[in-house]
Write a protein that binds this ligand. Sequence first.
Ligand SMILES: *[C@@H]1O[C@H](CO)[C@@H](O)[C@H](O)[C@H]1NC(C)=O
Ligand SMILES: *[C@@H]1O[C@H](CO)[C@@H](O)[C@H](O)[C@H]1NC(C)=O
Ligand SMILES: *[C@@H]1O[C@H](CO)[C@@H](O)[C@H](O)[C@H]1NC(C)=O
Length: 454
Amino acid sequence: MLKLSPGLIALALYLPSTFATAIYGQCGGIGFTGDTTCASGTTCQVENPYYSQCLPGTATATTTTTKPTTTTTTTMKPTTTTTTTTGPTTTAAPPSPTGFVKASGTAFSLNGSKFTVVGENSYWVGLMGYSTTDMNKAFADIASAGSTVVRTWGFNEVTSPNGIYYQSWSGSTPTVNTGASGLANFDNVIAAAKANGIRLIVALQVLTNNWSDYGGMDVYVKQILNSPNHDLFYTDATVKAAFKNYIRAFVGRYLNEPTIMAWELANEPRCKGSTGTSTGTCTTTTVTAWIKEISAYIKSIDTNHLVAVGDEGFYNQPSAPTYPYQGSEGVDFDANLAISAIDFGTFHSYPTSWGQSGNESAWGTQWIADHATSQKKANKPVIIEEFGVTSNQATIYTTWLNQVVSSGLTGELIWQAGSHLTNGDTPNDGYAVYVDGPVFPVIKAAAAQLKARA
Ligand SMILES: *[C@@H]1O[C@H](CO)[C@@H](O)[C@H](O)[C@H]1NC(C)=O
Ligand SMILES: *[C@@H]1O[C@H](CO)[C@@H](O)[C@H](O)[C@H]1NC(C)=O
Ligand SMILES: *[C@@H]1O[C@H](CO)[C@@H](O)[C@H](O)[C@H]1NC(C)=O
């Protein structure tokens, strides 16, 4: 689920194409085969082993050395090269470095002990231009429910740079934004999560939002191919290479960062985007092949972090009575969970939007039970990583969360966190859970139950 966020509509604006310039282009990194020379006035600077970029030669040095891979400390770049209008850099001493979360059978572990995945979604924490003070408040509110994990967005594709964005497009040329309004801002998200003992699941792309406010797959397809066909994101070689280039830059920056629990390929991948336009040839096989290719690619550059899909968990049983089981969106949960580079399964639950109006409680309860069955069959962890209804929330969530606990489902993340911050509340699409609201005690109790579960 991702609804249009007030104030960010302008990010979707398309500009006419302009000629690419070498400034901000990629000039090196493992697997890079392009031109390594930079336009005059710029120099090739190493961001991480997988990504070097042509940056203005007069800028304060931003080069960084790669830390030895044996360290478990962060590789985050110091953010000393830029000033920020978003507030002071986090100074809270982070808890001592910890190990990486691993998957073992149907459980997660940390340093050999059970790690309970329970928490909330905050797609917005790294997109709104929040100060580090506000980021810390948001994570502190989430942590006060007993949460261990937050799922967030690690992308924002723009054609008209404005606010926080992670990649901008000039014609068919994408440029990763490593500055204060880009990855350096995400460094602050990580620091704030770490300071509150929270680990992050980071989605690297979105189906395309209503969805177009954060760009998404359609931006790649439109900019590179000038096509409206959403599913070309999964099949076109140039588009896939561009997405891998983004992955190299983003994932490569945080290879040794234990605050990241997992990467997700995309929020809610489907054959069709919000425009409903596709080539008409996309099936579950198309999306599964893409998941196989991209998950293997991430594993080839990052052996520390878990990888998941970020999908809605749709099944591919064409004769099933209800839509989420019929495979019509191009997702086959069981086939995707079987992919070797996929470490755990993800699914969402929005029965009201999925034709189950009036039967949300029972339908969602069965949906959770069915994914717990898939979990056991695949012998991998599975989490319900988004769920929501907009009425009878406390009652329905209590029923669903009891089912999570009793079915043995590995974990849960609610859509979505809410905080009262300096300049007002965080985005609320009708699902936000505030510390002082009626749903908060429900999720707090569930967190305690899940941690106590054997
Ligand atoms: C995990 O192990 C690391 C390295 O031995 C240690 O520094 C850290 O404190 C441990 N973390 C937890 C949560 O036990
Ligand atoms: C996008 O948002 C508009 C306005 O809220 C809504 O009418 C439309 O149905 C939404 N489209 C999708 C695909 O969710
Ligand atoms: C409600 O959902 C459950 C679980 O999928 C199903 O068994 C039941 O038939 C549904 N009831 C109605 C009225 O649709």
